[in-house]
Design a protein around this ligand. Structure first.
Ligand SMILES: [Zn+2]
Ligand SMILES: [Zn+2]
Length: 98
C-alpha cells in the first residue's frame, strides 16, 4: 500500500505536513527513516513509509490496514510493546496489538 510522497495533510490542523528524516543516532534504531511532521501545529507526526503496514492488519477508522509499531526506549508504558495506529495518521486510531 503506497503512501503519498508529498503533501500528506496533517490529521490535526489540516495544513500540509513536511517530509523529514530521522537522524543517524535515533535511539530507537529508526535510522534515516522518512516521516511527515506538521510544522504549523507541531503536534502531529506519522511515518512516511509502509513499515509495519500489512494488508492483514486490523483496519483503522479510514477503513485501511493499520500500522503495527513498537514503543520506543523512552515510552512511558515501557519499551518494546506493540501497538497499532493509523498508517497515515489521518484518523487518530490507536490500539495495543494484543
Ligand atoms: Zn497540524
Ligand atoms: Zn486511519
Amino acid at each position: 500500500m503506497p503512501l503519498p510522497e508529498h503533501g500528506l495533510v496533517c490529521g490535526g490542523c489540516g495544513q500540509p505536513s513536511t517530509l523529514k528524516r530521522t537522524t543517524d543516532n535515533n535511539p530507537n534504531g529508526n535510522i534515516q527513516r522518512p516521516y511527515y511532521k506538521c510544522t504549523p501545529c507541531d503536534s502531529w507526526f506519522t511515518w512516511a513509509d509502509v513499515v509495519g503496514v500489512d494488508e492483514g492488519n486490523a483496519p483503522c477508522y479510514c477503513n485501511t490496514p493499520s500500522r503495527v509499531n513498537v514503543t520506543g526506549v523512552n515510552a512511558r508504558s515501557g519499551p518494546g510493546r506493540r501497538y497499532r495506529s493509523c498508517a497515515t495518521g489521518r484518523c487518530g486510531y490507536w490500539s495495543w496489538d494484543s
